[in-house]
Each structure stands twice: as C-alpha cells, then as structure tokens.
Write a protein that binds this ligand. Structure first.
Ligand SMILES: [Zn+2]
Length: 412
C-alpha cells in the first residue's frame, strides 16, 4: 500500500507486484475508489489451477479467495455469486470504476467476477477484443454481457421450486462500459483521468494519468517502444513529464533486455523467409496480436502470397471492420490477400459429399459464430491449402497443429 504522504490518497496492490501481470491496483481518493485493471495472476494461479482443474463456479469467488487470488472486498463482486456463496451481495456497490488499460487476460480476466453496474472505462478496441474473446471462447468468461446464475423460482403448475432457465437470453444483461477517447480527460468524482495511448502487442492499449486531490499518479500499462505505434509510447513519456507525477506505476517484462527487434524488422524477416521458401510457409503468432497479423499479411502480400487465417482471427477482423476508427488499419476478413481456414470439426463432415451429408449437417459441426464463415467466398480448407502450397502463408497456432496431418505439407 502506498499512502501519498499520509494525506488520505492511497494505492493498494492486489496483484501485479513481483510478477508478470495480475494487475489490480486500487486507488482511493476522498471516498472515490477506482481499480486500475482487474487481471488474473497467471503465474500464481497456475500454482493451484490448470486447464483441467479450474476454479469451480458453484463456489463463486471462493476458490480464488482460498489462495489469495482475488481480494476479499465487499460491494465489488457480482451479486449472484456473492449471495450464493454467502459473501454478502445485498450491500451497496462500493467501487466507482475500473480503468482498463487493455484486453490481455492478465489485466482483464477477472472482470467476469465484477458487479455489472461498476463502469469499465476502456478504449473502443479493448472492448472489441473482449467481445471477440467472450463470443469465440468456450470458457464462458463474461466480459461484455453476463447471465445471472443460481436463480430459482416457483413453478406455477407444480408449485415446486425449480432452477430458472435462461430462455431466450432473459437473464442476459450488459455490463456498463464507458468508451474513452485518447487524450480526452474525464472525471470520476474527485479524480480526473487522462487516457493516453501506448504501443503494445495488442491494439487499443492506453495508459492513464490520474490527478487526485493529493497528487498525480501515472500508470504506463503494458508498453513497448518497438511496435507499429512506438510514437504513442514516446508521446506518453512526454505527457508524463509534463504532468510531473508523484508516483509512476510501470510494468515491463524486458526492462533489462538489450536485444530489440522492431515490428518492421519482423515483417522484413518474414518477407525474406517467405521469398526463399519453395512450398508451404507455416507461421504462428498470438491470435489477438493484430499488428503481428499485419506483419505476416504485408509480408505475404509483397511476396505474392495469400495469408490464411483461422476463424477466431477472421471474427476479430470482422468486428474491427465495424469500427470507423479501425476499419482502415487492419485488413478485412474477406480481403483480397486473406483466406479463412475452415478446419474439420466434430464429425468432420467438411470435404465429404454434401449431396449425402447435407449443408445442414455440415453446419452442425460448427458453433454459431463460426457458421457464417462457411459462406465466405474466400474460405479455404485442408485440400485447397494442400493443393496451393506455393501460394500461401498458413497461420497455424499450437491448437491447430493437427491440421498439418490433413494438409500434408510437402518437403521444402
Ligand atoms: Zn499485455
């Protein structure tokens, strides 16, 4: 906890100290209580949980409380979980805002547990990425909308108490997002906040300068100086200098690293490797790192090839196309140098005779958000990738490695 010279403005750290991510910094000023990020402590969480032993929903926040992975604070968490686990839930909301710097899980994942009426301030891009995360993942994290859990009601006919089913999304609610414009200051009660974009491995990141009643706090967010928007980071440094902060909250995983390769160098390297490659080029990068996607897209295009992306990336690009601010920054999912890879799923009907199996049965192999891509003109599959190996750059992350069995790349 940092007390600004005992003058009643406090910062408490509930994660993100001596570890990578997990940031949950609580700033209190004259009764105003604002969280800076609300992420999961990936390293510490792995000491207790894994893909196969996840925190149980039936226990609300309890499994995470048990190991100190969430702070035990009343008036913060969603009422359905809090009441179900006997951790209050009927008290008033005691927190005024979450200032979210970006959409990486170590900064945003535990939004799922927050009360939906607490406003979440973030950029448009951050909200878009969280929307894609929620709609395309299977783990049920509720970033944008949430469904009230553990509700029961009396069945009119039998008079019995039964669980309330979420028919037609009746229990679905929307969280309270406030989109911030870069450089445009806003107020949360006694605190004035200045949002400033910085460069990082995901779009839409912004640091904040908080002008409290007793001092100025600058928070860098995850930032770097070697990406496509390095200028934003430089500008942030200048703004910080001008604001003369009393406290600087800074994070970085490569602070003492001497080696730097810029994103433009990555693009150049990718291009020269693609040009030297005779057959299929296979690449991998984080799904939501759209600046890296752009590097491979540009490299593929200038080497005369087409980039093949997966459906999650296609969905994300589709959402970015709906934004006036972003649609010219990243390629459209149905663009000329993009193809969307449809993998075989569930029964593996793709590639079989649809006169026998029918389109309807094929669609049943896919989730709702995936089905629209089956009708895209630029969709592709293993047999087409296999037949056009010299013309493609195939994006293939660890989860998709098995696709190479179907594609059967030739040597070279
Ligand atoms: Zn990050």
């Amino acid at each position: 906890m940092i007390d600004l010279a005992g003058r009643h403005t406090r910062i408490s750290f509930y994660g993100g100290v001596h570890e990578i991510g997990g940031n949950k910094f609580l700033v209190e000023d004259k009764g105003t209580r604002v969280f800076l990020d609300f992420g999961n402590q990936m390293g510490r969480e792995k000491e207790y949980f894994s893909e196969y032993t996840k925190p149980r929903m039936l226990n609300g926040m309890g499994d995470l409380f048990e190991f100190g992975l969430l702070p035990k604070l009343h008036g913060l968490y969603r009422r359905d979980y809090a009441t179900h686990m006997d951790f209050g839930g009927n008290e008033g909301t005691a927190f005024d805002a979450v200032l979210l710097t970006h959409a990486h899980v170590d900064h945003a994942a535990y939004i799922h547990y927050l009360r939906p009426d607490i406003p979440i301030y973030c950029t448009e891009a951050t909200k878009i990425i969280l929307q894609a995360l929620q709609q395309t993942s299977q783990d049920g994290d509720e970033y944008i909308t949430f469904k009230e859990s553990f509700r029961i009601h009396k069945n009119e006919r039998s008079g019995e108490m039964v669980r309330t089913a979420n028919r037609d999304g009746a229990l679905e609610n929307t969280r309270n997002y406030v989109i911030v414009e870069p450089f445009k200051k806003f107020k949360i009660d006694s605190i004035e906040v200045e949002p400033l974009p910085v460069d990082h491995s995901v779009p839409g990141v912004c640091g904040f300068i908080l002008y409290t009643s007793k001092g100025t706090i600058a928070y860098t967010a995850d930032m770097r100086f070697h990406g496509r928007r390095a200028e934003d980071s430089e500008k942030f440094v200048d703004s910080c200098g001008a604001a003369t902060p009393d406290i600087l909250l800074c994070e970085g995983t490569r602070v003492d690293e001497t080696f730097t390769e810029t994103e433009m160098q990555v693009e150049q390297d990718a291009k020269s490797i693609i040009e030297k490659t005779e057959r299929l080029v296979v690449c991998s990068y984080p799904t939501r790192d759209l600046d890296r996607l752009l590097s491979f897209y540009n490299a593929a295009k200038s080497a005369g090839r087409v980039l093949v992306i997966d459906m999650k990336q296609a969905y994300l690009l589709k959402l970015f196309q709906q934004s006036e601010n972003w649609k010219s920054v990243y390629p459209a999912p149905d663009g000329k140098y993009i193809e969307i890879y449809i993998p075989r799923k569930k029964w593996g009907i793709l590639g079989k005779d649809l006169d026998v199996w029918t389109k309807k049965i094929l669609c049943e192999d896919y989730q709702k958000w995936e089905q629209e891509f089956l009708d895209y003109q630029n969709r592709t599959d293993y047999s087409e990738v296999s037949a056009h190996q010299k013309e493609l750059v195939f994006s293939c992350n660890d989860f998709q490695l098995k696709e190479l069995i179907d594609i059967h790349p030739e040597a070279g």
